[in-house]
Design a protein around this ligand. Structure first.
Ligand SMILES: [Zn+2]
Length: 154
């Protein structure tokens, strides 16, 4: 994989999220809050052949440079993900995703009685206690999520 591969179906300006585990692209889009209400052009490529893993998914967001704190939470489900910032068809910045110490709002607490699941104006928040495999602990009720994190994404 080199930067030239990114030019297949290249975009002029924007962000390319590469090396997403095959089948996880739609979850990545969901975590990024990309839905029918945004105006960015988003392309999703699934099951792309890759030397590094067997196949991978790629997400391209045109005309928007995603900040690392926006993108790092996708490390929940794409720990090998890379973020490429594109300007005028060139990759000007390339970073690996890096799971932050705390994840807000993205994950729903599996404890139905948790205060983050009530009508209280409290957003869910998890401490990351392990990055790979991902293990999370609710900051409110201390309930842990130790597997299948993607099933708990809102
Ligand atoms: Zn909780």
């Amino acid at each position: 994989m080199n930067d030239k591969d990114l030019r297949v179906g290249s975009i002029k300006d924007g962000t390319v999220i590469d090396h997403i585990d095959a089948g996880s692209a739609l979850k990545v889009v969901q975590i990024l809050g990309i839905d029918e209400n945004i105006e960015d052009i988003v392309s999703i490529a699934m099951n792309v052949p890759s030397a590094k893993t067997k196949t991978k998914d790629i997400v391209k967001v045109e005309d928007r440079e995603l900040a690392s704190d926006e993108v790092d939470k996708i490390a929940l489900i794409a720990p090998e993900g890379t973020i490429n910032i594109i300007r005028n068809y060139e990759v000007i910045e390339k970073n690996k995703v890096n799971l932050p110490k705390f994840i807000k709002e993205v994950v729903r607490c599996p404890n139905r009685n948790c205060i983050s699941n009530t009508d209280e104006p409290i957003k869910s928040e998890f401490q990351v206690i392990n990055k790979n495999p991902v293990k999370l602990r609710c900051v409110y009720c201390e309930r842990a999520i130790e597997q299948n994190v993607s099933e708990h994404i809102k």
